[in-house]
Design a protein around this ligand. Structure first.
Ligand SMILES: [Zn+2]
Length: 197
């Protein structure tokens, strides 16, 4: 096998869900693409890795210190939806039902994987709340054991703000479901029918 082909197949197959067969198929596809679009793709990958940052306010991925959602003057700044990961922001945004801000934890508490509360952006959330603008926090976490543990931990920390309304998205999302994989209608329904904690 060509060394160049071996290299690209080797690199692509390092990605999750990409086996050698798929990597070979993708390589052949890349070979048929225009040179210019391959260059743009390679540049996008490299720039994403080196230039992407995390919003200093909500921990969402951003090109700048403050992400576009946090900068958007049209959004309701009194309500914050707490999610596990960046993909969850995209899923909820796709529903077009939510106009508040987000807070990306960067994972869930998982003793099995050695992830504790201090590994997540929970203090940043509390700092934002301490500024006083936020009136409601919606916890939109997966209904897994880790999600429930995280929900319990955060709601306990938020109890120090008695005036803060704390809700959880309706558990219409089945137990064990990850938000990222729920369909848009289910997510929209779950946000509308959120329950007080
Ligand atoms: Zn942000």
């Amino acid at each position: 096998m060509s060394k160049l082909l071996e290299d690209i197949v080797g690199e692509l197959s390092r990605l999750p869900g990409i086996g050698r067969r798929t990597a070979l198929r993708l390589s052949m596809h890349i070979l048929r693409m225009e040179a210019g679009s391959v260059e743009r793709m390679a540049e996008a990958i490299a720039r994403f890795r080196t230039e992407i940052r995390y919003c200093t306010r909500c921990n969402n991925l951003s090109d700048t210190d403050i992400c576009p959602i946090c900068r958007d003057g049209e959004r309701d700044r009194t309500i914050v939806c707490v999610v596990e990961q960046v993909g969850d922001v995209l899923s909820i945004e796709n529903t077009r039902q939510y106009k508040g801000l987000y807070h990306v934890l960067g994972g869930v508490i998982s003793p099995m994987q050695g992830i504790g509360p201090s590994d997540l952006k929970i203090d940043l959330l509390l700092d934002n709340i301490a500024r006083g603008e936020i009136k409601e926090v919606i916890l939109a976490l997966s209904t897994t054991v880790e999600g429930e543990t995280t929900l319990f931990y955060i709601s306990r920390r938020l109890a120090q703000h008695p005036d803060l309304k704390v809700t959880s998205i309706a558990r219409g999302i089945g137990f064990g479901d990850e938000i990222e994989y729920a369909d848009e209608l289910t997510i929209a329904h779950a946000i509308h029918n959120r329950i007080p904690l």
